[in-house]
Design a protein around this ligand. Structure first.
Ligand code: ADP
Length: 750
């Protein structure tokens, strides 16, 4: 450790030692040169330097002030504050480098002198100057250089060794290589390294130099400059640290981040991008997509980049790439960045970011596949049901039709009862099949809602007529009331409305033994949207429903109790169908009931008033009116018992009948004889009814207008549209309703 006297005596410039005592700066000692120059250094003069001193004290750094005021006068000195460790503690050494003020006042003539000019340049230079006599190992260091390292140690700097031992161990090899490169190969000598100051800390310097060689090619001298670049280095390091921080933030994100420059070269590639693409950062940086990705991926990227450069904004898209022979899905985004390189032109770079959504995508695909499988299963079930129902309905139609024919023949009372039973059971079975088919169509989403104008009162009247025999059988009355606020003509699906009303009213009749059944229609509003709705209700005075069973009623196959089926029949499907039908029409359904007193089933459907003028004129069925007799009718029907039945019905109505067994036959027979009308089955071998109709229509001439009426057990939604599209004129469903058949014959026989 030094003591104050030793230190001050070693100084060749005015020097003062200062210490912080009780928060006050005070002068510890000063050398003779300082006393000669300034006299006693007044402590009050220190106040002006406090900022520099404190920085120096707390941070242990050398600080410099160029301009100082002391003894009431402004003078120019080069002052250096250096923290020093003395035997008795820390102190600040304030020492000066002799300057300038008097030298600046040198006469111009003297300045012309080369040596003076050199001195002036050296004194005015921000950097230090050195001149190394390599042969004698003597180094001249300018004062500035000594100031950088701490002036007190200038005597140690007279040799190159004195410099080398201060170079940071991590930098010495690099500095030596650069020096040898210059001395041996004449490469430019320009290095940045750290050197230790007297105070023990390191400063960054930039050393440049130029050697002189003798005739033998040996370097004899090296002169150059040394600049303190600590501040610049610190700023640079700060920028580097900040860059590293940003990079580690971007690396920590679960996002792939890639930045491309104006030429499409990758400039940034984060850790996540390495993991996702399997490409290392070193392989990606500085390369284009074409150098690291498969051509089709690179081409797509390039097209996206071009689109972005043209349209601007942000592109968001889903990408599929291959990694380790597996699909990887990315949700990717691209955006333009503006980059302004120092001293260069503004450039447009592209920021690309993406996130791996493979897991989500795979579950989406699995869900889609599951949905498709489920839909296929539902479709298969629905197709199976539709085929089965067709197969069951065909013989059933024969049973019901034959029973109807028999009922019209001469039967004794007992026979009539039996035949009536056969007919009734057949009709019941048909009802069940229709329910199951309806339900499966609704489940498969195959039921479409029509929008046609109809009369609300007309539908209620029709339902009452249909139910009249059931009502009469139980001695019940049916009352209807439609609020005057409900428009009579509305748009909607009259068929589905009727189906729901019939279902609810049949239940009401079924579960009521005395009293009445009542229809009410009032105006209502949708609970959420406020849209006008019609509210239909069917009330009865029947057995009612226990409160704990009400919640289950609209589920398929649910009945209040098992005895219901035994006592009243039914499948438990009716209300489930009603719920689905009302749902697809856009309404709600519900029930209020009191066990033992009766029930009130209600449902709503959207109200859309229509103009009465839009209604199709009603066809007045006049049973007395007879179709022109006898009509010559060609019937296409493949099923023998149905052939028998239809022949019997038509003959009974007084018409002449010819039967074709399939579509081909009907086309042939239609050309061989003249017929007034064709009744066409849909499903037939060889050629189906639709194809046969198209073929007949294609014959042109009289075949263009020959009435063709579809007769089918196929009750699928959209069948009516398909038969009309194929060129048929009308549609009758099986089992054959004799009234409707007569009406159709009347209509199409003109
Ligand atoms: P189904 O009548 O064919 O059994 P539904 O779905 O139409 O099937 O009815 C389900 C059950 O709801 C019936 O079995 C019956 O228990 C009960 N239910 C329906 N309507 C009424 C009603 N008006 N009064 C009493 N119970 C009813």
């Amino acid at each position: 450790m030094l003591n104050a006297t030793m230190l001050l005596n070693a100084m060749l410039t005015p020097a003062v030692l200062i210490r912080l005592v009780d928060q006050q700066w005070c002068v510890l000692a000063q050398n003779q040169l300082a006393t000669d120059k300034w006299g006693a250094f007044a402590e009050s003069e220190l106040t002006q330097m406090i900022e520099a001193l404190e920085l120096c004290w707390y941070e242990g750094k050398s600080t410099e002030r160029r301009r100082m005021d002391y003894s009431g006068e402004t003078q120019f000195i080069n002052a250096v504050f250096s923290p020093v460790s003395l035997n008795d503690g820390r102190a600040i050494l304030l020492h000066t480098v002799p300057v300038s003020a008097d030298r600046l006042r040198l006469p111009i003539s003297e300045r012309d002198n080369l040596a003076t000019r050199f001195n002036l340049v050296v004194a005015g230079s921000k950097g230090g100057i050195y001149d190394w006599n390599i042969v004698e190992d003597q180094v001249y260091w300018s004062d500035r250089m000594k100031a950088i390292l701490g002036a007190s140690s200038y005597q140690f700097l007279g040799t190159a060794e004195a410099f080398w031992e201060r170079v940071h161990p991590e930098d010495s090899v690099m500095v030596d290589d650069a020096l040898q490169g210059h001395l041996v190969h004449c490469w430019p000598f320009d290095v940045e390294c750290r050197v230790r100051t007297d105070a023990g800390y390191y400063v960054w310097i930039n050393v440049t130099g130029q050697a002189v060689w003798d005739e033998a090619g040996r370097a004899t001298r090296l002169a150059g400059s040394v600049v303190d670049i600590t501040d610049r280095k610190r700023a640079q390091m700060e920028i580097q640290e900040r860059e590293k921080l940003i990079e580690s933030i971007l690396d920590a994100l679960p996002l792939n981040v890639v930045v491309k420059d104006a030429h499409g070269c990758i400039r940034f590639f984060n850790e996540q991008a390495e993991k996702t693409t399997g490409t290392l950062r070193e392989q990606a940086i500085g390369r284009t997509d074409f150098e690291i990705f498969p051509p089709q991926v690179a081409m797509k990227n390039m097209l996206d980049d071009m689109r972005l450069r043209k349209d601007g904004g942000t592109i968001i898209l889903e990408e599929n790439i291959q990694k380790d022979h597996a699909d990887v899905w990315l949700l990717a985004g691209k955006k333009m960045l503006t980059y302004h390189p120092a001293g260069g032109q503004v450039e447009s770079w592209i920021l690309g970011f993406s996130i791996d959504i493979t897991d989500r995508k795979l579950s989406e695909i699995a869900l889609l596949a599951a949905k498709e499988t489920a839909e296929n299963a539902v479709r298969a079930k629905s197709d199976f049901l539709s085929t089965m129902s067709h197969e069951i309905r065909t013989p059933l139609n024969s049973v019901i039709g034959t029973a109807s024919l028999l009922m019209d023949s001469h039967l004794d009372a007992e026979q009539r009862v039996y035949v009536g039973l056969v007919k009734q059971s057949g009709e019941h079975l048909l009802g069940l099949i229709n329910d199951i088919l309806d339900f499966s169509k609704l489940e498969a989403g195959k039921m479409l809602v029509e929008r046609e104008p109809f009369r609300v009162s007309g539908q209620l009247a029709l339902v009452s007529t249909i139910l009249s025999s059931q009502l009469a059988a139980k001695g019940l009355t049916l009352k209807s009331h439609i609020s005057s606020k409900v428009p009579d003509v509305v748009y909607g699906d009259a068929h589905k409305l009727r189906q729901v009303l019939l279902n609810l009213a049949s239940n009401a009749i079924k579960f009521t033994s005395h009293g009445d059944v009542r229809f009410d229609v009032v105006l209502d509003r949708h609970a959420n949207t406020g849209f006008p709705m019609m509210c239909f209700s069917v009330s009865d005075t029947g057995i009612g429903i226990p409160a704990d069973k009400i919640g289950l009623l609209f589920n398929e196959f649910s009945q209040v109790d098992a005895s219901t089926t035994r006592k009243f029949g039914g499948t438990g499907l009716g209300l489930a169908i009603c719920k689905k039908l009302v749902g697809i029409m856009g309404g709600d359904i519900g029930v209020t009931s009191e066990h033992g007193l009766g029930s009130r089933f209600w449902f709503t459907i959207p109200l859309e008033a229509a103009d009465a003028a839009l209604l199709e004129p009603q066809v007045v069925i006049n049973n007395n009116q007879k179709a022109q007799l006898p009509l010559s009718i060609l019937v296409a029907e493949d099923n023998p018992s149905n052939q028998l039945l239809i022949r019997a019905i038509l003959s009974k109505l007084g018409h002449k009948v010819a039967i074709a067994k399939n579509g081909l036959e009907v086309v042939e027979m239609a050309q061989q004889s003249r017929y007034h009308l064709i009744l066409m089955d849909m499903q037939m071998p060889e050629m189906d009814g639709l194809e046969a109709t198209r073929t007949i229509r294609a014959l042109g001439g009289i075949y263009h207008d020959l009435p063709i009426i579809a007769l089918t057990a196929n009750a699928l939604e959209g069948d009516k549209g398909r038969v009309l599209e194929a060129g048929m004129n009308d549609y009758l469903s099986k089992p054959i309703d004799i009234v409707k058949l007569k009406d159709a014959l009347l209509r199409w026989s003109d």
